[in-house]
Ligand binder design. Structure first.
Ligand SMILES: [Mg+2]
Length: 198
C-alpha cells in the first residue's frame, strides 16, 4: 500500500495554541487574550525581556506541557491517519521535555509514534531524514523553510501565522481540513502514478 510519511508538530498543532496564556497572565500579571498573540515569540506578546520568559518556562514548562489542551478532533484524525500512513511527531521542544511529552501523549490517548525532540526550530534536516511527504505545522517560519526545501506543508491557522504563504504551503483551519488535504494529496499522487504507468 502507498503510505505517506507525515510529520506532525506538537505545540499549537496538536495542542491548542494558547494553552500557556492563563499561567503566563497569572505569572506576569498581564491580560493577554488569544487575539493579542500575533507573533510567535511569547516574550514579545507579553512585552517582557526574552530571559524573563525563559525563567518562567524553566519553572513551569513541564506543568504547561502536561496540562496542555488538545485541539478539537486532533486525536480522532491522528488515529485515522495512522491506520494508513506513518506518523512522526517532530517538535522544537528540548530533550528534557521528553518525559512530559510522552506522558501527555499517554494521558490524552494520542496515537503512538516516534517522537523527535529537536531542541531547535529548524526542522528541514529531520524532514529530509524521515523522507517526509507532508509536514503539519503552526509556526510560519518553519513552514516557509520546509516549503523552500520542497516539502508540502499544512499550516494550521493561528493568530501568529497569518502572513502571506508561498507555493507548497496550504493553510488549514481544523483537523478535519488536515484530513481532507491528506486525501487530496493522495488522490493527486495516485493520479500521477497512474499517468506515469500509462
Ligand atoms: Mg508548533
Amino acid at each position: 500500500m502507498d503510505q505517506l510519511n507525515i510529520c506532525v508538530d506538537i505545540d499549537g498543532t496538536i495542542t491548542e495554541p494558547y494553552y500557556w496564556l492563563e499561567k503566563a497572565n497569572w505569572y506576569f500579571d498581564t491580560k493577554i487574550e488569544p487575539k493579542n498573540v500575533t507573533t510567535y515569540d511569547i516574550h514579545e506578546v507579553l512585552g517582557i525581556p526574552r530571559q524573563d520568559y525563559l525563567d518562567f518556562y524553566h519553572e513551569f514548562g513541564e506543568e504547561l506541557h502536561l496540562n496542555a489542551k488538545i485541539r478539537k478532533n486532533a486525536k480522532e484524525i491522528l488515529e485515522k491517519i495512522r491506520k494508513e500512513h506513518h506518523i512522526y511527531y517532530v517538535t522544537a521542544r528540548e530533550k528534557r521535555m521528553e518525559y512530559v511529552t510522552r506522558e501527555w501523549f499517554k494521558r490524552n490517548d494520542i496515537p503512538n509514534a516516534e517522537i523527535h525532540l529537536l531542541g531547535s526550530h529548524y526542522k528541514v534536516e529531520k524532514a529530509k531524514e524521515i523522507k517526509c511527504h507532508i509536514f503539519i505545522e503552526d509556526r510560519y517560519e518553519n513552514a516557509i523553510q520546509l516549503a523552500l526545501a520542497g516539502f508540502e506543508v499544512l499550516l494550521i491557522d493561528c493568530e501568529y501565522n497569518r502572513q502571506p504563504l508561498i507555493d507548497g504551503i496550504t493553510r488549514v483551519f481544523t483537523w478535519k481540513d488536515i484530513e481532507k488535504e491528506i486525501k487530496n494529496y493522495m488522490d493527486k499522487r495516485q493520479k500521477k502514478l497512474l499517468e506515469e504507468i500509462a
